[in-house]
Design a protein around this ligand. Structure first.
Ligand code: FE2
Length: 165
């Protein structure tokens, strides 16, 4: 998938050259000036949150995606099999984090993130979270995952059973 949108080039460089280091600066810049965001990223899918692939690393080391969240859409509670980082380009997103205790998830509380903010970076695959749109507007979030494109749908999330609201 080439060429990359210029507004994502620095983020791709950071992900390529220092995947386990701090790519927060490049992520924040891409969130604050989201020229990469296209009108279809605001449309979403009523059946569930919708992933848009923005860039695929040619060596299979990472993928940059946008995710569209319509009001009320919630991810499953999940951990990660690969490193990842994400933030908010538009809207107001709620993230709840958990810890695991004897196979059960215990909530560590929720936080609201707004456009331009980094929500979470999970370099060591330790975060367990659930991401939700509890607002009345659409959210577009921007994600970097240390995964190859062919493993995008199955290689990232480790889903937990959790029936909390
Ligand atoms: Fe996640």
């Amino acid at each position: 998938m080439n060429p990359i949108h210029p507004a994502l080039a620095a983020l791709a460089t950071a992900a390529r050259e220092m995947p386990y280091e701090d790519c927060a600066g490049a992520l924040r810049a891409a969130l604050k000036a989201p020229a990469w965001l296209r009108p279809e990223h605001r449309v979403g899918d009523p059946k569930g949150y919708m992933r848009h692939v923005l860039y695929v690393d040619a060596d299979g080391n990472f993928v940059i995606t946008a995710i569209t969240w319509l009001p009320g859409q919630v991810s499953p509670a999940h951990g990660h099999r690969v490193w990842c980082a994400y933030g908010i380009a538009e809207g107001e997103l709620t993230e709840e984090q958990f810890r695991e205790s004897y196979g059960e998830l215990i909530s560590l509380g929720s936080k609201v993130y707004r456009a331009g903010e980094i929500a979470d970076r999970d370099r060591d695959c330790k975060t367990i979270h659930r991401v939700a749109n509890r607002s009345r507007g659409t959210i577009v979030s921007l994600h970097v995952y240390g995964v190859s494109a062919d493993r995008l749908t199955t290689g990232i999330n480790r889903v937990f059973a959790y029936d909390g609201r």
